[in-house]
Design a protein. Structure first.
Length: 169
């Protein structure tokens, strides 16, 4: 048996996030584990859905050192968002990139473009556990692209560009 692939999710557990598919994908594949950090209104239902699968762990809200430790132990960061969430680039994308993690995402558009441009992850259709499993396995080999993605979120570069943009208005 190959090594366990550790998936990390950080954030809210609510309607905009397709965490049901993530739980189903991991529960159906003994080669995957899922760590969820955060909370939200869907958490009780998600916990019930994950019952009996020790490879799915809920951590609640974590302080920065614990969150960093969780991300340092992961192989892939998860962005399980629905396209109709109206989010172009979620903050967790930068968090995963800063931790050196490639990403499996169900968010298309700008996020998909950034992942492709940097070779930092893969996209799958929301609601498809088999596609999520395939995306995770493909993303594992894209860890090197995380540094390129992280560079796009460099605050010094972003703020200088924003100041120049705002000054030109």
């Amino acid at each position: 048996m190959s090594a366990m692939i550790r998936i990390a999710y950080i954030g809210n557990m609510s309607l905009s996030y397709d965490l049901v598919t993530a739980i189903d994908a991991v529960a159906g594949d003994e080669g995957l584990s899922l760590d969820l950090a955060g909370a939200g209104p869907d958490e009780p239902a998600l916990r019930r859905r994950a019952e009996g699968c020790a490879r799915i762990r809920f951590h609640g809200y974590l302080r920065d050192p614990e969150l960093r430790a969780l991300l340092s132990e992961a192989d892939v960061g998860l962005v399980p968002m629905f396209d109709d969430s109206c989010v172009g680039v979620p903050y967790k994308l930068a968090d995963y990139a800063a931790a050196g993690l490639p990403v499996a995402s169900s968010l298309h558009g700008e996020t998909e473009g950034l992942l492709a441009r940097c070779g930092a992850g893969t996209v799958y259709p929301a609601g498809d556990p088999a596609a999520l499993r395939a995306a995770v396995r493909k993303a594992v080999d894209m860890r090197g692209g995380a540094a390129a993605l992280a560079a796009l979120f460099d605050a010094e570069k972003l703020y200088d560009g924003y100041v120049a943009f705002a000054s030109a208005l």
